[in-house]
Write a protein that binds this ligand. Structure first.
Ligand SMILES: C[S@@+](CC[C@H](N)C(=O)[O-])C[C@H]1O[C@@H](n2cnc3c(N)ncnc32)[C@H](O)[C@@H]1O
Length: 240
């Protein structure tokens, strides 16, 4: 069988032996898995509309890549019921946990995608997203691992059209080398993005960042802060 790269338009998600692959089916409508995540491209607001009513095109759509068990996103969704939230992660179990929690807490405006975020441009249509977030993507620190890094000029170029004109793309990392790499990728796509905010020490102004809690900081961010690691942050706006 021919194995196509994940980014290829004809890539097909394989069946998985992971027991959570099947377990996710218990959350149909709440969790979208594999190619289901590409089934409503450009029309995701319909999935948030109450039964029998038309989707609200002005409803703000937030997308978090690498949401893990959606600790942050579920808090955001709970606090902003008028907005719509989609969390994406390629790991089955955290997505299962996130769905369980969303149902248990009765948070209707949060959906979970089990998918490869490299395929974001097959999941969402032009101008569909208001806010895009990637918090602490794996840094792949060794030179021979750099090819695995998620933020590249190619991903930045494919994400830019998916945001609204006044949309925002927020990236945070603990890794100075990866941050430099990201900035170089932004530079290479400077015809597509304006840097709205950049910092090498996001919590510098806070009297005691160790007191910050979810959702002000993510699960990983809390651990980095406790270890005295500075948080790097970039906010980008698409150029139109
Ligand atoms: C270091 S963790 C950060 C989790 C969370 N954002 C936080 O700050 O606490 C990175 C997350 O990204 C997910 N991830 C990594 N690469 C991914 C990809 N290509 N598509 C979807 N999820 C991915 C991992 O499974 C993991 O949950």
């Amino acid at each position: 069988m021919l194995h196509l790269p994940i980014e290829h338009p004809d890539f097909r998600y394989p069946e998985s032996r992971n027991p959570y692959w099947k377990k996710l089916q218990a959350f149909r409508g709440r969790v979208f898995s594999d190619h289901e995540t590409e089934s409503l491209r450009g029309r995701w607001r319909t999935a948030f509309a109450p039964a029998g009513s038309a989707p609200d095109p002005s409803r703000r759509l937030h997308v978090e890549i690498g949401c893990n068990a959606a600790h942050v996103m579920l808090e955001w969704a709970h606090a902003s019921p008028a907005d719509a939230f989609i969390g994406i992660d390629w790991k089955y179990k955290p997505i299962f946990w996130a769905a369980e929690k969303a149902v248990k807490r009765g948070i209707p405006n949060a959906l979970l995608f089990r998918a490869h975020a490299e395929r974001l441009h097959y999941m969402f249509g032009p101008g569909e997203i208001d806010r895009l977030h990637v918090f602490f993507p794996d840094p792949w620190p060794r030179k021979k691992q750099w090819k695995n890094r998620f933020i590249t000029a190619e991903t930045l170029a494919s994400f830019a059209p998916l945001l609204k004109a006044d949309g925002l793309f927020h990236i945070k990392t603990d890794h100075p080398g990866y941050f430099e790499w990201m900035e170089a990728a932004v530079e290479r796509t400077s015809h597509l993005w304006t840097i709205v905010e950049r910092t090498n020490d996001l919590h510098a102004g806070h009297p005691d960042p160790t007191q910050l809690r979810i959702p002000e900081v993510t699960l990983f961010e809390r651990l980095f802060i406790q270890d005295g690691i500075k948080i790097h942050s970039l906010k980008l706006q698409p150029k139109r």
